[in-house]
Design a protein around this ligand. Structure first.
Ligand SMILES: [Zn+2]
Ligand SMILES: [Zn+2]
Ligand SMILES: [Zn+2]
Length: 147
């Protein structure tokens, strides 16, 4: 895990929560699968071997809490599932997503590239951008070459 246990536990405490073993286990699954976008069901399945006592409802509630604490980002691909991904505290803002409209491939873009927009919003709108959620729809390389 990228955040150490002590920092994590004070983050929870500062917000009025306790870092329970169950919450830690849920966060670990998400952090260990940093490159994946997991549904609640995926996370529940991954936990099931080591922590069979954690029910689906607990996983669901824990993810809501982790999202509130900005440890997890959610992405809605409009296919009936919300997917979750670890929000690296090293990353200032959420990364962008490229979604292929033909094959459904989902790719992460790690560079922010919105610094100029964020700067302009501050100057022109007196608005401080704290985060953003950007989905770009189009064709992946494979689908572009096969069309
Ligand atoms: Zn940004
Ligand atoms: Zn594609
Ligand atoms: Zn992502």
């Amino acid at each position: 895990l990228m955040i150490d246990y002590k920092n994590l536990s004070s983050l929870f405490m500062d917000n009025g929560y306790k870092l329970t073993n169950q919450r830690h286990a849920v966060l670990n699954v998400i952090a260990e699968n940093k490159s994946l976008h997991l549904s609640v069901e995926d996370i529940f399945q991954a936990l099931n071997n080591k922590n069979p006592e954690i029910g689906l409802a607990t996983v669901y509630r824990t993810i809501q809490l982790l999202e509130k604490l900005r440890l997890v980002n959610s992405i809605n691909l409009d296919d009936g599932f919300i997917r979750y991904q670890f929000a690296d505290p090293e990353e200032r803002h959420q990364h962008h997503h490229l979604i292929c409209e033909k094959c459904g491939n989902l790719a992460d873009v790690q560079e922010d590239l919105l610094e100029e927009l964020e700067r302009q919003m501050m100057i022109k709108m007196k608005f401080k951008v704290r985060n953003h959620s950007l989905k770009l729809y189009g064709l992946c390389e494979k689908c572009m070459n096969n069309s």
